[in-house]
Write a protein that binds this ligand. Structure first.
Ligand SMILES: O=P(O)(O)OC[C@H]1O[C@H](OP(=O)(O)OP(=O)(O)O)[C@H](O)[C@@H]1O
Ligand SMILES: Nc1nc2[nH]cnc2c(=O)[nH]1
Ligand SMILES: [Mg+2]
Length: 175
């Protein structure tokens, strides 16, 4: 049974779908910025690619921050998590702004799930502020600021990964 479970993708294990529209995502990013505005000011925003790019753009716009950098990490192949690979760290100029430890820098990602990605970035920039839009319980302790907690058995569907499609009526057995 345990073997069977390990064959399941993270999305299959999660089971419960949580679709997010562009409109909802934009609202949640704005709500996140209201909280971050109390914590800043921040010298730069660092997006964890790729999912962090969209919230980072919105948050940076709302905070009036124009220095934006990326940490590029690959771990999930669609919905299966493998070993984490850091494809690119922050630039020398951004590292200098954060005094080498990330002080005054804001790291943004779309979500934390197991927390593996967040843990790795925290190790790179221990004094940076880490914000995500959504958080699942396992990853939540790693995040300084987030907006919505969803249960661990939830899979979040982002608007850039999805399209509108027909759904059968609930009466006919729709989830
Ligand atoms: O807390 P964890 O279990 O580590 O998962 C969270 C990470 O997973 C997703 O990224 P993904 O690796 O799918 O890459 P992407 O952002 O390029 O889609 C998401 O954007 C987070 O960065
Ligand atoms: N889209 C998406 N990617 C993830 N990566 C880890 N957890 C999730 C999730 O719930 N949704
Ligand atoms: Mg990501």
């Amino acid at each position: 049974m345990a073997e069977k479970n390990s064959e399941l993708s993270a999305q299959e294990r999660a089971g419960r779908p949580f679709p997010v529209s562009w409109d909802q995502f934009h609202r949640d990013c704005r709500a996140l910025t209201w909280r971050l505005n109390e914590v800043g000011p921040f010298q730069a925003v660092i997006a964890i690619t790729r999912g962090g790019l969209v919230p980072a753009a919105i948050v940076a716009r709302e905070l009036g921050v124009r220095v934006i950098d990326t940490v590029c990490i690959a771990s999930y192949d669609h919905d299966k998590q493998g070993d984490l690979k850091v494809l690119k760290g922050i630039s020398e100029a951004t590292a200098k702004l954060g005094g080498g430890t990330g002080k005054g820098l804001l790291i943004v990602d779309d979500l934390v799930d197991t927390g593996k990605t967040g843990k790795l970035v925290r190790e790179m920039l221990p004094d940076a502020h880490f914000a995500t839009v959504y958080a699942k319980p396992k990853g939540r302790p790693l995040v300084d600021t987030f907006i919505t907690e969803v249960s661990q058995d939830t899979w979040i569907f982002f608007p850039w990964d999805t399209a509108l499609s027909f759904q059968p009526p609930i009466r006919d057995g729709a989830a």
